[in-house]
Design a protein around this ligand. Structure first.
Ligand SMILES: [Fe+2]
Ligand SMILES: [Fe+2]
Length: 260
């Protein structure tokens, strides 16, 4: 590989965006949002690789970036992303398990605006409603689902990758919203409870979308069969240690959906 290509592929994307006009726009065309990322320590090659562009789009993006950096030269463009091992787009069982857990969480996210509209913490049932939602978030979305991500899945990858840091900081932020929501129940402050419920809902909606469409497919493509098997066994261990959890929260969400 040309050493100039190698140098810039290994450069920090934020530095490149700051140094060369047009790189952000080139990324935007392929719906790769680097500017909104608060951390911004990814290398260009990681940014390209993680988004799983097809070979044609990847070549086009890198060509456009190198035309901006070296306007008067042409280069042989290398392939960055690993070719998809999985050609039928089916996820492996452990990653599919996480996507399925998102479905229950998304049902609560869909209810949140309706709850927010009607919420009045002077009513005892409404206090209980927020406690029930917080209980689901803490014990299912967080302790059951996020911990599979943080304690198992993410450990198979480089923890310095921006996308992993961003996912973990979303989890941390979501805990803050839930704590504030529960505190509002104690003080009877309906407005604070509403605001934190909606903040949680907005954060998790975006977070799950990133995981389902970018992070999980990329991770799945970079795990070998042995790792997938080991991870699946670890996930099943967690499920088997809490056999009642899925049924309990399915029933809770069903009753909330009927009530709203
Ligand atoms: Fe997550
Ligand atoms: Fe998740």
């Amino acid at each position: 590989m040309d050493t100039r290509i190698d140098k810039y592929l290994n450069s920090n994307i934020k530095d490149l965006i700051n140094e060369f006009d047009g790189i952000q726009q080139a990324l935007d065309k392929f719906e790769i949002g680097c500017a909104p990322c608060s951390l911004g320590t990814c290398k260009l090659k990681d940014v390209v690789g993680i988004h799983n562009l097809n070979a044609e789009n990847e070549k086009e993006l890198i060509s456009q970036i190198f035309k901006i950096i070296y306007p008067n030269e042409s280069f042989e463009i290398p392939r960055i992303a690993q070719e998809k091992k999985n050609t039928n787009n089916a996820m492996s069982p452990p990653l599919r398990m996480l996507v399925n857990e998102h479905i229950l969480i998304k049902r609560v996210l869909a209810l949140a605006p309706k709850v927010e509209e009607k919420l009045d913490l002077s009513i005892a049932e409404h206090k209980q409603l927020i406690k029930d939602i917080a209980d689901f978030i803490r014990n299912y979305a967080d302790k059951y689902h996020h911990s599979k991500e943080e304690d198992i899945l993410f450990k198979y990858f480089d923890s310095s990758l921006d996308i992993i840091k961003v996912m973990i900081s979303d989890h941390v932020q979501s805990r803050t919203y839930v704590a504030k929501m529960l505190n509002a129940v104690e003080t009877g402050n309906t407005l604070i409870a509403k605001n934190n419920l909606i903040n949680y809902c907005n954060l998790l909606t975006e977070h799950i979308h990133k995981e389902d469409t970018i992070l999980y497919p990329w991770m799945d493509n970079n795990l070998d069969t042995k790792q997938v098997g080991k991870m699946y066994a670890e996930f099943l261990n967690i499920n088997n240690s809490k056999p009642e959890l899925q049924g309990k929260y399915d029933a809770l969400i069903n009753s909330l959906e009927t009530a709203f």
